[in-house]
Design a binder for this molecule. Sequence first.
Ligand code: SF4
Ligand SMILES: [Zn+2]
Length: 282
Amino acid sequence: MEPLSRDGFNQNLKIRVRRVIEDYELLKEGEKIAIALSGGKDSVLTLHLLNEFKEEFKLHLVAIAIDEGISGYREKGLKIAREITDKLGIELVEKSFDVEINRKLDQINHLYKSSCVPCGVFRRYILNKTAYQLKADKLATGHNLDDEIQSFLMSFAKADFRRFPKFGPKLQQIHPKLIPRIKPLWNIPEKDVGTWAVLNDIPVHFGDCPYAQHSLRSKIKNYLNKMEEDHPGTKISILKSFKESFKSKENVVKLVECDICGEPSSLNVCKACQMLEEIKYS
Ligand code: SF4
Ligand SMILES: [Zn+2]
């Protein structure tokens, strides 16, 4: 087998990402794009690619890094986020659970069956709030093909149909305070993201979160990887099956402003405020 050419791989990757950007109109000229940057390979690749499209689309880029307060894990990612934004000349805004919600994830994770639940709720909350304060037009995340399929199957397994409109490479703005999300790596398998980082010698944080092993996502991830190994093409087939519904989906969720914090929410009191109430005495 011929060795993989770095330039050929990079070009092919960019072509696939461009296809998603064009097909789903992820970017418009002159937009301000906030990028959720954890320092992991997916968000670092998203940052690099958007930086490559920066001139063509006349983008203004700003990265947002969130410190959830996971001791021994998040520090490494944050260090990479600082180094990479410094190298590319992109502004980095740092936020933390500690300051924003007055608790580190390490202090509240025992209250939940899975640490990923409060982690995801508060991270999305802080990201949206920060992107809104920065007057960003879009919020780009590093979700890749594997993440998307895992999320879909998780919602499917829990019959959480309310989440279905949240799939797809671009989420429409359904509330003035909700910054539309875009996922440029939507059709890129996780292993290609890893290959990109290795071929280009990009410093990324490869470590696993200490809480990840107990999550439903991790179990689904292992199952899907096994399926892909036994039946190559399974992942892309699952995505294809849902593609049409993503394209034609009508976003039916109606959002209001949370009675407590004013952030957009499908409930009168948003999930983050409900959780803040739960952890008040912890
Ligand atoms: S694995 Fe779970 S707890 Fe760890 S960073 Fe991801 S969402 Fe948060
Ligand atoms: Zn709220």
